[in-house]
Design a protein around this ligand. Structure first.
Ligand SMILES: NC(=O)c1ccc[n+]([C@@H]2O[C@H](COP(=O)([O-])OP(=O)(O)OC[C@H]3O[C@@H](n4cnc5c(N)ncnc54)[C@H](O)[C@@H]3O)[C@@H](O)[C@H]2O)c1
Ligand SMILES: [Zn+2]
Length: 298
């Protein structure tokens, strides 16, 4: 938690050349080493020595940005255009996740796509698929309020279904052929299965959701229909593109921000989110020190 943030540079270390105090910036949640075989190939998300801000599993453990100040290396920092507020810019990490998943999906103009799961990641993926040239993007979820948001940010049609029902609906929308690409942004058995069964022969299923460690794979379907399964983790160099998409309005995050609240209200918001109170999406927490000193806020 606290791996998505934006703000101003408060101070720089002696070897920092690219940044100065007061610069408006955001940063990647992955702290990559910059020197391993993956980093040198630009696959910073796969860095052998990566740490992830705000993630607690032992391999990548690192304190997050629910704080007044955070220290990050200059190589993971990105400059913000003035048109983006800090609250919007705090969503860039998730936008980059979506853009990365879409770039791995190898979209061709006019492709039809399905996004399973209309959470933050699904809703951003929908918009990134649109920006990449998909002619139609269907979005499925089991929560109607999430689907309302999907419609608001550009879904061709929303499907209130999962599992076999979802597959029937997609086949119906595509004259029985299936979509070219399905992006799975839930990470549970029924959703992964539905994604696999919803793509056409030779189609791609991009796996982004990972809430459960294991799912059942419809092996014969994947093999005999030659479906490409593509895992997608975090992002690798998509920040500049994500910034452009947000700045140009091609991707909209404002409708996905439920509230902007002071940092000290964080525990209450976590409880409300954890208890799955309806109609909540992203909550941006604003450290008071920042909002007090800068009129831009957050
Ligand atoms: N690969 C990555 O880099 C990466 C990055 C961020 C998040 N994730 C993963 O992506 C997934 C989505 O993240 P999020 O932040 O959008 O979560 P979220 O909780 O906001 O969204 C999940 C959505 O899935 C819906 N859902 C639940 N069961 C469903 C089903 N059977 N069929 C269809 N929809 C269903 C929920 O109603 C919800 O709207 C999570 O598993 C998360 O861990 C992966
Ligand atoms: Zn590395």
């Amino acid at each position: 938690m606290g791996h998505e943030a934006a703000g101003r540079v408060a101070a720089v270390g002696p070897q920092v050349t690219a940044w100065s105090e007061a610069d408006r910036i955001t940063f990647d949640s992955t702290i990559s080493c910059g020197t391993c075989r993956y980093c040198t190939r630009g696959e910073v998300n796969l860095c052998d020595h990566r740490r992830v801000l705000g993630v607690s599993c032992s391999d990548y453990r690192c304190a997050g940005a629910f704080a007044e100040y955070v220290i990050v290396p200059q190589r993971i920092v990105y400059r913000l255009p003035d048109c983006l507020s800090f609250s919007e810019a705090a969503m860039l990490e998730a936008v980059a996740v979506a853009v990365h998943a879409v770039s791995l999906s190898r979209i061709s103009t006019g492709d039809q796509a399905l996004v399973v799961g209309a959470g933050m990641i699904g809703l951003l993926t929908l918009q990134a698929l649109r920006a990449a040239g998909c002619s139609s993007v269907y979005v499925a979820d089991v929560d109607a309020s999430r689907l309302k948001l999907a419609k608001e940010v550009g879904a061709t049609a929303t499907l209130h279904a999962t599992g076999d029902d979802l597959v029937s609906e997609i086949l119906c929308c595509t004259n029985g052929a299936g979509v070219d690409v399905a992006v799975e942004a839930v990470g549970v058995d029924a959703a992964v299965r539905a994604a696999v069964h919803s793509v056409r022969k030779g189609g791609t299923v991009t796996l982004v959701g990972n809430i459960t460690p294991e799912v059942t794979l419809p092996l014969q379907k994947v093999v005999t229909r030659q479906i490409r399964l593509q895992g997608s983790c975090a992002s690798a160099g998509e920040y500049p593109q994500a910034i452009d998409l947000l700045a140009s309005g091609a991707i909209k995050v404002k409708p996905l921000i439920t509230a902007i609240a002071p940092l000290e209200d964080g525990p209450q918001w976590f409880e409300r989110l954890y208890s799955r109170e309806p109609n909540l999406m992203k909550v941006v927490l604003t450290p008071e020190a920042v909002s007090r000193t800068h009129s831009h806020g957050q």
